[in-house]
Design a protein around this ligand. Sequence first.
Ligand SMILES: Nc1ncnc2c1ncn2[C@@H]1O[C@H](COP(=O)(O)OP(=O)(O)OP(=O)(O)O)[C@@H](O)[C@H]1O
Ligand SMILES: [Mg+2]
Length: 280
Amino acid sequence: MDAIRIERLSKTFNGGTSSAGRKALDEIDLRIGTGEMVALIGASGSGKSTLLRHIAGFVASDPQPSQIEILGRPIQQNGRIVREVRRIRRDIGFVFQQFNLVHRLTVETNVLIGALARLPLWRRLTGCFPRSERELSAAALAEVGIGDKAGERAANLSGGQQQRAALARALVQRARLILADEPIASLDPESSRRVMDMLRMLNRNHGLTVVVSLHQVDIAMQYCPRTVALRDGRVVYDGPSAALTPALLQQLYGSAARELLEPEASHAITRRFGAHPEAA
Ligand SMILES: Nc1ncnc2c1ncn2[C@@H]1O[C@H](COP(=O)(O)OP(=O)(O)OP(=O)(O)O)[C@@H](O)[C@H]1O
Ligand SMILES: [Mg+2]
């Protein structure tokens, strides 16, 4: 079964902005199998966040014939989000660039929020979590490498630690699909690597499907076997990340390719493909 199945998804934002009337997503067709780890790349404004928000059912598409299914169940159709959206969302863990945690709560409570949906109402209201869930939370925090932070207020964690707590929350939620929108955009290289390592661990050890939007092509190549590249709301490439040479990126994005090939990135690719990447 596919984890995500998208047919003919388009989105036009209306409003007073310069992008009024322009299609942020234009006839997207996409299938992502269960257990895949897929990178979503594209220059700023290409539609990565908009696509992820449609997949999660946070935003409704244009009212034309279209469909998004999560693990075989429609989450939106023809511009309407289904009524059971919350139930479907239980299978989805979210990680964003920031604002992932409730800062004033402890790390443990933030992670336990993942368990809320399956608890009875009185526990939800009282915040009294059963021991089994607390154990699950402790195990998840240990698994992402911050087991010692359970009692800290979330605000006191570094950016990378907060992202890893968000991943622990997805584990406790028993999510089957992770949608991560630029989870490493504001992190230093070392923290970025740790967060990507943890995403890979969730993918490999827990069988979670991962879709992660990234600005850096080198990270996509390192961690994701498959890359979907967007430009102006269209899929311009969908295939092995290893084939994303600087020459291909130049072809896909023209001068905007530079944005995806930061100095570090282009070095990594040059190392990998030699001095003449187009020959690789
Ligand atoms: N709520 C909105 N209202 C109007 N236009 C929007 C809205 N959200 C996104 N857009 C427009 O849709 C297009 C795609 O935006 P989106 O945020 O999805 O791009 P992105 O690839 O995530 O970019 P970035 O790399 O900067 O995060 C842009 O032209 C943007 O201006
Ligand atoms: Mg974005």
